[in-house]
Design a protein around this ligand. Structure first.
Ligand code: WT7
Length: 666
């Protein structure tokens, strides 16, 4: 007997109070208006939420088919001005805009909006002094220190396009991203600190720029010092010819720099994300639409109000860090929280201790962290007074009802709203989520679409939008998640490859943006994300392309062929299981398995390292040579009894060998 699916047993949990007075009726009306008068809806939001240097003349133009969407056409603005300057001009200069907590809990900084304006201006001037110009791509590979956020803001201030690469990526993965973006400037730090350990970031950058064509592309490496001593005349790291010490350079700059006038559709940043091929996609977000969408969703999803202290503990290397650590909260003039460490350092009470000490009002993390902390028991959160929190958020993957319950009952004492926010790097901000005080919750469901998002479930078979007629006997619809019309926060292209943008998102279902996820919509209209339908694995909320891991594996001489699938994992959600066929002359050995794991660490990064590697005499191929991943997925999910049709395999007998080999590992 299989366990019931979460939606089959879910009970409604009443919406918890917000403090802005929103109601379900107001949400419904808002949603209706957004669908009936889409332009008016977004135009009103854009004027209310952002300050424009010149007004826009058209709200939205373009089509999904052509992929030429533009928002707030003709409008001019600067994101950094909106995130910092205007709050200072409005008398909020002395308000703390950012609280930073380093790896050690006593290592904290509070930075006011005035200080941010000065520091970000200095960084902007420093970047300009090194030759960075409007439109240049600046790659940022940094630890979670305030200078990371400030470097992003400095880029936005001068119109440089930042490309933040998560500091867990290997030098090879970094080189690939620097090369793909032809990025002349890399900003890094001499080291990072996580869980008491040093991470040699500068050294990784050094290795990266000696790879591929990066030596020719990269002109300068700007290096922040994790522990800067203003008295030191010598760098605490080995200086390479392209290196520039950031701290002393920034210190001598003028603390004001005028913000560049940017077009609403000027590129703001790019962010690489994994897809179905080995080449990561550089998604491009633009200035006006992204800024609006970041601010709007931060405000409504988290019910942000004056005096709130908003903590999103994601890394700035992912979209969550861009939208909900840096841009959203600062655009709202709120106080944001930047966290360098891990949920279990120095002990698994770290999050709750931070909430208590800093009086955090909204806290946002991922299901994987909740599942990890659950294992340490209920006593730990109970030791802290977290009554200041009103909203607890989750993002990155479907949250299992058990983890939801723990977050709701043990952490939030049934007093907080749990917002389950579904979105993607491509969407810029939340697209489906419940709202505090508005939407009744169901553990495991991200509930209803954000106003302005025309969410549609399409038939996976023929692509038609599912209607009442398609409902099963319980009133459920099952299909793929799509969006019928543009929204301001959507990515506009893949850098240097617009065709790939069209092929990935708009060609699969003409007239729709395709998310790549499958979904179930229940009788109450609530959405339950099931998972990716493409070759993307979600490990601890990190999107990893199977092709990237496979290409790291086949780069090892011992591997002739590799196929990678996601395997269910109690904490990470999914982990990686790699099936490898060896080159003639190589034999399986513990050393070889170690080497193969290492090959993935160096090719992609430690977070993509396979938990299991199955060496097998061959892989399940169709007669036309296509690897049948569906079969491998079933094997690693212990569903080998429901493999389906295996008659199209070139060698059906391989299946039993694989099942036996996988069982040995467990
Ligand atoms: C994919 C996007 C969005 C920031 C973090 C990841 C999955 C994300 C949820 C959720 C179920 C979720 C989807 C999506 N996902 N949030 N609340 N419930 N699934 O960003 O790396 O672009 O990954 O993460 O599969 O497509 P990303």
């Amino acid at each position: 007997m299989t366990n019931p699916m979460p939606h089959e047993v879910a009970k409604l949990v009443p919406a918890k109070g917000n403090i802005n007075g929103n109601t379900m009726d107001a949400y419904k009306k808002d949603y209706e208006t957004s669908m009936e008068k889409n332009d008016e809806f977004w135009s009103a939001k854009a004027t209310e939420i952002l300050d424009w240097m010149s007004p826009f003349t058209k709200v939205c133009q373009g089509s999904f088919e052509r992929g030429d969407i533009a928002w707030f056409v003709g409008g001019k603005l600067n994101l950094c001005y909106n995130a910092i300057d205007r709050h200072v001009l409005n008398g909020k200069g002395d308000q703390v805009g950012m609280i930073w907590e380093g790896d050690e809990p006593n290592d904290t900084r509070q930075i006011t909006y005035q200080e941010m304006l000065n520091e970000v201006s200095q960084i902007t001037n420093a970047l300009k002094s090194q030759g960075v110009r409007k439109g240049d791509v600046v790659t940022i590979y940094m630890p979670m220190i305030p200078e990371l956020a400030f470097t992003m803001l400095a880029c936005a201030r001068m119109g440089a396009v930042h490309s933040v690469v998560f500091a867990g990526f290997s030098s090879e993965a970094l080189a690939q991203r620097v090369s793909a973006a032809q990025s002349k400037f890399v900003v890094t730090a001499d080291k990072g600190k996580r869980g008491g350990k040093d991470i040699p970031l500068k050294k990784i950058v050094h290795d990266a720029i000696n790879k591929m064509d990066c030596q020719e592309i990269v002109e300068k490496v700007l290096v922040w010092e994790r522990f800067y001593d203003p008295a030191s005349t010598e760098a605490p790291f080995e200086m390479d010819p392209k290196d520039v010490r950031m701290n002393p350079l920034v210190a001598v700059q003028r603390p004001y720099c005028p913000p560049e006038v940017m077009d609403a559709e000027d590129n703001l940043f790019l962010l690489y994300t994994s897809g179905s091929t080995g080449k990561p996609k550089g998604l491009v977000h633009t200035t006006g639409g992204y800024s609006l969408y970041a601010a709007y969703t931060t405000k409504t999803t988290f019910d942000i109000n004056e005096g709130d202290i908003f903590a999103c503990v994601a890394d700035c290397g992912w979209i969550t860090g861009h939208t909900y650590v840096v841009y959203g909260p600062l655009l709202l003039g709120s106080t944001t929280f930047l966290f360098e460490s891990t949920p279990v350092y120095p002990d698994p009470g770290r999050y709750w201790d931070m909430i208590q000490r800093h009086k955090i009002t909204q806290f946002y993390t991922a299901p994987t962290a909740i599942r990890l902390l659950m294992r340490y028991g209920d006593e730990i959160p109970s030791k802290y007074d977290v009554s200041c929190v009103r909203v607890l958020g989750t993002v990155g993957e479907p949250i299992n009802p058990e983890a939801w319950r723990w977050y709701y009952e043990v952490v939030g004492k049934e007093k907080c709203t749990i917002v389950d926010t579904y979105w993607q790097t491509e969407t810029g901000g939340h697209i489906i989520t419940n709202l505090p005080g508005v939407t009744d919750m169901k553990p495991g469901s991200c509930t209803l679409p954000v106003p302005g998002i025309d969410a549609v479930v399409l038939s996976a078979i023929d692509g038609h939008p599912l209607t009442d007629a398609d409902k099963d006997e319980n009133g459920n619809l099952e299909g793929v998640m799509a969006i019928r019309r543009p929204w301001p926060g959507m990515a506009r292209t893949c850098l240097g490859d617009h065709e790939r943008y069209l092929t990935t998102y708009f060609k699969p279902y003409p007239g729709y943006y395709f998310t790549g996820d499958s979904v179930l919509k229940d009788k109450d209209g609530y959405h339950w994300i099931i998972g990716r339908v493409d070759d993307v694995i979600n490990v601890s909320g990190h999107r990893i392309g199977t092709a990237e891991v496979e290409s790291a594996l086949v780069a090892h001489p011992a591997v002739a062929q590799a196929a990678v699938v996601g395997e269910p994992h109690d904490i990470k959600g999914q982990s990686i299981c790699a099936f490898c066929m060896l080159t003639v002359g190589y034999d399986e050995s513990p050393e070889l398995l170690k080497e193969l794991k290492m090959a993935v660490r160096t090719g992609v990064g430690a977070f993509a390292s396979p938990d299991h590697i199955v060496i097998s005499p061959s892989l399940p191929m169709t007669r036309s040579g296509k690897i049948m991943r569906r079969i491998l997925r079933k094997i690693v999910s212990n569903e080998a009894d429901s493999l389906g049709d295996t008659s199209t395999l070139a060698d059906p007998s391989i299946v039993d060998t694989l099942i036996a080999k996988f069982a040995e590992l467990k």
